[in-house]
Unconditional design. Structure first.
Length: 125
């Protein structure tokens, strides 16, 4: 997984998930199903002020997120970091509680990251 603000293709070593900011709209790039046809689970995290940080801080933050993805490599299928919106989108193979677990792992390494949820999800209903 690499940050690629130029929208180029991921390098071969990137594997399945990839942090990028390509030009195509997210809805066209996000996979909705795994190779076996099962639906994927997704979540978004807002990282306030990320785009305004110095490049060294930005790269350090991306490295922290990539470390989480490496720990959950079998589950993380897709990731997109939109610097314009300071928004991280993550798609996972579905497993009970994994969206919250991966989001919590990101939050533990990037404390300013905020999970985006609607009121019903936030209240556990």
């Amino acid at each position: 997984m690499k940050l690629d603000p130029g929208g180029r293709r991921p390098p071969p070593e990137a594997g399945g998930a990839f942090l990028a900011q390509p030009s195509a709209p997210l809805w066209k790039r996000v996979p909705s199903r795994d190779p076996e046809g099962r639906p994927l689970a997704d979540f978004m995290m807002l990282i306030p002020g990320l785009r305004d940080r110095p490049e060294s801080d930005l790269r350090a933050t991306v490295a922290e997120i990539e470390a989480v993805f490496a720990a959950y490599r079998p589950l993380v299928v897709f990731a997109d970091l939109n610097l314009r919106l300071n928004l991280l989108w993550v798609s996972l193979r579905p497993a009970p509680g994994m969206c919250l677990e991966v989001a919590a792992a990101i939050k533990s390494r990037v404390p300013e990251a905020l999970l985006v949820a609607n009121r019903r999800e936030a209240m556990g209903r």
